[in-house]
Design a protein around this ligand. Structure first.
Ligand SMILES: NC(=O)c1ccc[n+]([C@@H]2O[C@H](COP(=O)([O-])OP(=O)(O)OC[C@H]3O[C@@H](n4cnc5c(N)ncnc54)[C@H](OP(=O)(O)O)[C@@H]3O)[C@@H](O)[C@H]2O)c1
Length: 517
């Protein structure tokens, strides 16, 4: 899209507006020696230092079983930062961060660990940084430890907020592995923490474009009036990965794509795209609307699962010219695994705005392209006017919200092909974040960490949202568990998934958008 002078201030504002640094606190990373801490959290914290989003009175305490001294742990994190930072590391900024790093070894189930942690936090506050008694606990651990850690935080008094000090706990995903376990976990943590202290993370919500869905819908007068069943034919959401399970075969095989992607990432995209306007951007108001839409998804009956929930598993193939082994031949995966690496679903939302508008979702591993996008397809214009012309069909308008790897928005519409004859061709109007606002190298965790420290829960998930997501997925899990897949592997690595996924749309006279490089 051409940038006009009147649009320039948005760019200037983006460059000029910088939020204030977060207040004093200690961030305690349970699982501080793990993959997530090294690959995402430290690079995100470094980016926050660069953007001046952290307080001078900030400290990090990593917790793991490894027997490091503070100094050894600092060295490990320095190396991780060098490997995983999203831009060149400035030694002065890195040292500012590393100076604030501490380490504590112990087992999560050992009550002594929490007493030592309490002592360490007091010592840091007395000697080095005035943390003001604010603690930001980040559970970068297997979900199996969530309950234990929270119980121990409660028993040691570390979770208790007194004299204006705050205590917050971030839970990595997945939060539960079905509806029952999510409810039990919600119940267990709510015995120790108030909902305002609980931050259930979905790193998808840290992406700018995902946040922009709300701004795009509700700050532009032209889209909302047509954002409903009168004008929209269907919505299709694609979250496609070219990678397989990499080194996480063991973990992934226990979960599968449905659990790993749908109740969290895909349903976030569904809810932001289809929710009613919230009465404000307060977390409660946004969550209320997201929760309502998740509750309005029509439940799957057993026969619906057979028709509208497609699963697939990849066979060996070529992804971008590279040979990829079959899922069953990946490290940590049993050779007869029944775990799905691809899911396509057709959802219906039972409310006035969306009745009769199907929402198609597809997500999978080892697919042809890496792409996350939401395509909103509008109803076709009637052909009547073109009756006596060479035009035999009209393409429907499509609005595409590109989330990754490119971030932007494009609109497909019909235009006259120059020439003596009346012919219509599909053309595209597109806006790309990069062209307009420049590149922002980030991990997706920066804004979530900042919001967490600031106590803003908007981009985190509330208990009822998590449970509503699992409630939709649960019947599918049950049917799939009862009926073993008979045709796995059923798609080639490097393809767009199993044929049944194409059929689910073809039966409705629709097709998936062709996504090319
Ligand atoms: N890795 C990612 O990119 C990613 C992305 C999204 C979400 N997640 C989620 O993030 C969480 C962590 O994943 P991860 O990949 O970082 O796992 P990981 O590499 O296996 O790390 C686990 C961490 O927990 C510690 N730990 C394990 N058992 C312990 C015990 N009994 N007592 C004390 N410490 C213990 C380990 O410490 P030692 O090594 O010292 O034993 C290590 O620091 C998971 O919930 C995962 O689903 C990860």
């Amino acid at each position: 899209m051409q940038q006009t002078e009147s649009e320039m201030p948005a760019k200037d504002q983006a460059l000029a507006s910088s939020p204030p640094p977060a207040g004093p606190c200690a961030m305690v990373i349970f699982g501080g020696t793990g993959d997530l801490a090294g690959r995402k959290l430290f690079p995100a914290l470094y980016n926050m230092v660069k953007s001046k989003l952290l307080s001078q009175d900030f400290a990090i305490v990593g917790v793991g079983r490894n027997d490091y001294t503070h100094e050894q742990y600092r060295q490990v994190m320095k190396e991780k930062l060098q490997s995983f930072a999203t831009s060149a590391v400035d030694p002065a900024l890195r040292d500012w961060l590393i100076k604030r790093v501490y380490y504590l070894a112990g087992d999560f189930s050992d009550p002594q660990l929490y007493l030592r942690l309490k002592q360490t936090l007091v010592e840091i506050a007395q000697k080095d940084h005035n943390l003001e008694g604010n603690y930001f606990f980040y559970l970068a651990t297997s979900p199996a430890f969530f309950g234990t850690i929270v119980d121990q935080l409660g028993a040691s008094g570390l979770a208790k907020e007194v004299n204006g000090q705050w205590r917050r706990v971030v839970f990595e995903k997945p939060f539960g592995n079905d509806l029952q376990s999510a409810k039990e976990l919600n119940c267990q943590v709510s015995k120790v923490l108030a909902e305002r202290q609980i931050f259930r993370i979905d790193h998808y919500l840290g992406k700018e474009t995902v946040q922009n869905i709300l701004v795009f819908r509700f700050s532009n007068g032209i889209f909302e009036p047509i954002w409903n069943r009168r004008y929209i034919d269907h919505i299709q959401i694609t979250v496609a990965e070219t990678v397989g399970v990499e080194k996480r075969g063991g973990y992934f095989d226990m979960a599968g794509t449905l659990r790993d992607m749908v109740p969290n990432h895909l349903f976030q995209l569904v809810s932001l795209t289809t929710m009613e306007p919230p009465i404000s951007f307060n977390p409660g108001s946004v969550h209320d609307e997201q929760s309502k839409i998740l509750h309005a998804i029509q439940p799957f009956r057993d026969e619906d699962v057979l028709h509208y929930a497609i699963r697939g598993q990849y066979d060996a193939g070529l992804v971008k010219g590279e040979r990829v082994p079959a899922y069953r031949a990946e490290e940590g995966v049993p050779p007869d695994s029944k775990t799905e690496t691809f899911v396509a679903l057709k959802l219906m939302i039972d409310n006035w705005r969306w009745a009769g508008v199907p929402i198609y979702l597809r997500t999978g591993k080892s697919l042809a392209e890496r792409r996350t996008e939401i395509a909103v397809q509008f109803k076709r214009a009637p052909l009547v006017l073109f009756r006596n012309t060479p035009v035999s069909s009209l393409d429907a308008n499509q609005l595409i919200i590109h989330i990754s790897p490119d971030e932007g928005i494009s609109l497909r519409f019909g235009a006259k092909i120059p020439g003596a004859q009346m012919k219509v061709g599909a053309v595209k109007m597109s806006f790309n974040y990069l062209d307009y606002f420049g590149a922002t190298a980030n991990t997706g965790y920066e804004v979530l960490l900042y919001d967490g420290i600031m106590g803003d829960q908007t981009l985190y998930q509330r208990a009822d949202m998590v449970e509503a997501g699992w409630a939709v997925v649960d019947p599918i899990l049950d049917v799939w568990k009862a009926l073993s897949p008979r045709n796995f592997p059923n798609y080639k690595a490097g393809s767009w998934g199993p044929e049944e996924a194409t059929n689910v749309m073809a039966r409705d006279g629709r097709s998936w958008r062709e996504i090319k490089e």
